[in-house]
Write a protein that binds this ligand. Structure first.
Ligand code: SAM
Length: 319
């Protein structure tokens, strides 16, 4: 019997539409048949000592990740995609970009990389001995060359929508796609920090709009989507919003409860999220009074000089 829309199951069955498994992702994966999921999207622990992880030697961490990735590949449908969203592992102040050390695992399992998406955001820790980290990556791999990829639902506004061909047989006609342009592989999407509408007590959620873009382009309606490291249920929220079926595993009970609450909120239409395509807030344009430092009231400082738009930094001696 097919499960009622709105029910949240706690173990995997193709009769469900939503599954939140309270436990280890490997246990969940071992109950899933081969080739089940059209899209697997996740942000795994980064091995940086967050409250939900035990910091391991890098090699042990990579072996653990390889075990999960191997099971994910078994459960991935032939036209399916895996999107692994990671940042840096930090070892005594030196960074190791995790996507670079995870890449060989995916390649050895026969997957092909389609994009290495840079997710850029403005907020995070301020570093004093290196430039502050303001991006993470999403490595997108497919199982075959015949993979689901729908661009139209994720197109973004053209920069010059009124632009026309000025010569040739199409002169006078609009030269760009009226549905919008390909969003490219640099995604500027605010991260979920304290004043983000989606913030919960989880220390590192990813935003729903980031996953929506992947769900809409890499899976179709009624396809199964999986997040093995579910956290607060963001992937399931994005999948359910667009009529996909979705499953995830989470080991920490308080995050399992949060995930269930957020999914129920989504089903009831009460979950607040940042809408896809909302422009990133520009505090100066918005007239925010906090954009001028009080200590600059008496005149320019070096910081204010940096904000002068017309200053030329060309040949020395010229203004
Ligand atoms: C980076 S967070 C993911 C956050 C998620 N993307 C969100 O938006 O809320 C990783 C999550 O994986 C969970 N986790 C760690 N090891 C796990 C395992 N073996 N199986 C399932 N979940 C695990 C952690 O408790 C944590 O909530």
């Amino acid at each position: 019997m097919l499960a009622k829309r709105g029910r949240i199951g706690d173990c995997f069955s193709k009769d469900e539409r939503i599954v939140v498994f309270p436990g280890d992702c490997l246990e969940l994966l071992r109950t899933c048949p081969d080739e089940t999921f059209r899209l697997i999207v996740t942000s795994p622990p980064y091995n940086i000592g967050k409250e939900y992880e035990k910091k391991l030697e890098l090699d042990s961490y990579l072996s653990q990740q390889a075990e999960v990735i191997r099971e994910c590949v078994r459960c991935l449908s032939p036209r399916g995609s895996i999107c692994w969203q990671v940042g840096n592992y930090v070892d005594g102040g030196a960074i190791i970009p995790l996507d670079t050390v995870l890449y060989p695992i995916f390649r050895e399992l026969g997957l092909s990389m389609r994009n290495r998406i840079i997710w850029h955001f403005e907020h995070g820790l301020h570093c004093s001995r290196r430039f502050s980290g303001r991006y993470e990556t999403i490595s997108w791999f497919t199982k075959s060359d015949d993979y689901v990829f729908n661009l139209d639902p994720v197109r973004v506004p053209q920069k010059y929508p009124g632009k026309k061909y000025f010569k040739g047989p199409k002169a006078g006609q609009f030269s760009c796609n009226p549905l919008g342009k390909n969003p490219g592989d640099l995604w500027v999407i605010p991260n979920v920090k304290s004043n983000h509408v989606e913030k919960t007590e989880h220390p590192c959620q990813f935003p729903v709009e980031l996953v929506e873009r992947l769900v809409l382009s890499l899976a179709e309606e009624d396809d199964w989507v999986l997040d093995p490291f579910l956290g607060t249920g963001t992937t399931i929220v994005a999948a359910v919003r667009h009529g996909r079926r979705a499953a995830g595993a989470e080991t920490v009970p308080k995050y399992v409860s949060l995930a269930r609450e957020r999914i129920e909120g989504e089903l009831a239409g009460t979950l607040r999220t940042r809408p896809m395509h909302k422009p990133v807030y520009d505090p100066v344009e918005a007239g925010n009074s906090l954009t001028a430092a009080p200590w600059t009231a008496e005149g320019d400082t070096a910081q204010m000089v940096l904000l002068e738009k017309k200053r030329s930094y060309g040949r020395s001696g010229t203004p």
